[in-house]
Design a protein around this ligand. Structure first.
Ligand code: PMP
Length: 353
């Protein structure tokens, strides 16, 4: 697959000179008087060996290196962002001109559309089928000359299904930049599509520390892509968007991948139990490869009313998706601990009585 990288970024991005932060020029020295930091130190002590008086490594090099090893890719194919949310924003900012479009599915993770609309960009969508699977032929037909970025979320939020890598490959062959958002991939039996990176320089994989790693509070996301794509994203990123403490803690987390895998196993087992409990209540639960369930309520029961009762009467908050296109009278429920799941099941039983 040949990609013309010289013309890939937006015109304005190509024309602009990249900002070079103080710390990216010389990172190893004895005395740092280059970045207007407080030379007398921080009001806080070091946390996890991180001196908070200093700006962090702008490129998060150590984290890129370790994540590259974890993901089995080269170090220059990794970008760290302030959550994968930031990377979605950067992708739109770097690549899509005002007269171009993004293409995605409906329903899917809403931030693709939210960010695109904030930038005044058009969003083209292909509706998922009744069973929330993606008709790949239908999707391929929607790829047009105007399409600049394609977003596929796999497993998809909020429906929980994956797009098979063979279908991703069909989309990649269209020659557009294709983002496969794998925020929930650790919960799925499907292997990551990252193996396609070698063959397809137009593939961008998104990952996050917010889900399986249990670090949503840190705000660390990852892009895996061709080094030329990574370089363009670095150009539009604020130099210090990922703070030093988050970089260090994400590095620490990577040494504990066995612990992450144990947590994933627990969540999967709870997901199966919760699914069974919800079916027993007469609800329709979509098969999920993520850490949440999409639950459809029978026609006589308003999902929104159930949502409100869960909050007001039981202090349980889930996500009401009943107003979302194609999501019929449904709530999205994150798999909780055994105690939380049984509280939820008891509450739903009372509400549905
Ligand atoms: N992608 C998907 C599919 C998500 O569901 C989320 C969070 N809900 C994100 C990306 C963003 O994750 P974060 O910014 O926490 O990395």
């Amino acid at each position: 697959m040949q990609i013309n990288f010289a013309k890939l970024a937006k015109k304005s991005v190509r024309a602009s000179a990249a900002y070079s932060s103080a710390r990216s020029l010389v990172s190893k020295a004895k005395v740092f008087l280059d970045a207007n930091e407080n030379s007398f130190g921080s009001v806080l002590p070091k946390i996890s060996k991180v001196d908070l008086s200093r700006y962090p490594d702008p490129l998060a090099e150590r984290l890129c290196e370790q994540y590259a090893k974890y993901a089995g890719v080269a170090k220059n194919k990794v970008l760290i962002g302030n959550g994968s949310d930031e990377i979605i924003w950067l992708l739109l900012l770097a690549f899509v001109e005002a007269n171009e479009e993004i293409l995605t599915t409906a329903p899917t993770f809403s931030m693709y559309r939210v960010f695109a609309e904030l930038l005044g960009l058009k969003v083209s969508e292909v509706a998922l089928e009744e069973d929330y699977s993606l008709d790949i032929q239908k999707f391929l037909k929607k790829v047009s000359a105007k399409t600049k970025l394609i977003f596929l979320c796999s497993p998809n939020n909020p429906t929980g299904q994956t797009v098979p890598c063979v279908d991703v490959e069909k989309v990649l062959r269209k020659g557009k930049l294709v983002i496969v958002d794998e925020a929930y991939i650790e919960f799925s039996p499907q292997k990551s599509c990252a193996k396609l990176l070698k063959q397809y320089p137009n593939l961008i994989i998104l990952r996050t520390f917010s889900k399986a790693w249990g670090l949503a509070g840190l705000r660390v996301g990852v892009a895996l892509a061709d080094s030329a794509v990574i370089a363009i994203l670095q150009k539009v990123r604020a130099p210090y968007s990922v703070d030093g403490l988050s970089q260090q803690l994400a590095l620490d987390a990577l040494t504990r991948s066995a612990k992450m895998k144990v947590a994933v196993k627990k969540i999967l087992s709870e997901r199966e139990k919760l699914t069974a409990a919800l079916w027993k209540l007469g609800l329709i639960v979509s098969p999920s490869e993520a850490n949440f369930l999409l639950v459809q309520f029978p026609s006589g029961v308003s999902a929104t009313k159930v949502y409100e009762k869960l909050v007001k009467q039981f202090g349980i908050v889930v996500r009401d998706f009943s107003a979302k296109k194609l999501l019929k009278n449904s709530l999205r429920i994150t798999v909780g601990t055994p105690a939380e799941n049984s509280k939820l099941a008891v509450a739903l039983k009372k509400i549905l009585k």
